[in-house]
Unconditional design. Structure first.
Lengths: 105, 93
């Protein structure tokens, strides 16, 4: 299978084809799904999705960074970062399929 | 926050749909996400983020307590990069 990118519109088409909902309804459904996750993330809550993975919110302390070229010191302020950890199930699934891609890390 | 919580929130918003339908739609969403990742596809959701798979090379590891060396096979990992908007929102107070 050719590698491609799953976008929102492809997801909506897929839902529309597999489920008896109209495209408009599928769009609203998918957007609501994403919104619910975003809402919880913004409340700094971890979001666990069974069989998919978990989004973890981490707070990073402020630190002094340095521009490697100019050696100028910059203050990096404290901030929140989002970590995604794939579930066992997801990792097993992608590792058992032979068509997985190899994007360089 | 677990899948069941997401499911409950969806059922609440879509109270005009049968619960079974809501559950099935959520399952289809997750199924499509997993199957695209396992085909090596990237997932790009505007304003949310991007998921991609990356290959971690095989390497030799060592059991920290016994010192025993073991071969660790290469493995595909899932990488998530939050979108600009989400990154910005989470740091706005």
């Amino acid at each position: 299978m050719k590698k491609s990118v799953l976008t929102k519109s492809l997801m909506i088409n897929y839902l529309n084809e597999t489920i008896g909902l109209s495209k408009r309804e599928c769009q609203i459904f998918f957007e609501t799904f994403v919104e619910i996750i975003v809402e919880r993330i913004l409340k700094k809550e971890d979001v666990k999705i069974v069989n998919f993975g978990i989004f973890k919110i981490r707070k990073k302390k402020s630190r002094i960074g340095r521009n490697p070229r100019t050696k100028e010191e910059v203050m990096i302020s404290s901030r929140h970062v989002i970590r995604f950890k794939a579930s066992e199930f997801l990792l097993n699934t992608i590792n058992s399929s032979s068509t997985s891609n190899d994007e360089k890390s | 926050m677990k899948k069941s919580d997401i499911l409950l929130a969806l059922e609440k918003k879509f109270d005009y749909l049968p619960k079974r339908e809501v559950e099935r739609t959520l399952e289809k969403i997750l199924h499509n996400l997993v199957s695209n990742l396992s085909q090596g596809n990237r997932i790009e959701i505007r304003d949310f983020g991007t998921f991609s798979t990356r290959l971690r090379k095989a390497r030799t590891g060592r059991n920290p307590s016994t010192g025993e060396t073991i071969e660790i096979n290469d493995k595909h990992l899932v990488h998530f990069i939050p979108g600009k908007k989400l990154k910005k929102l989470i740091n706005e107070e």
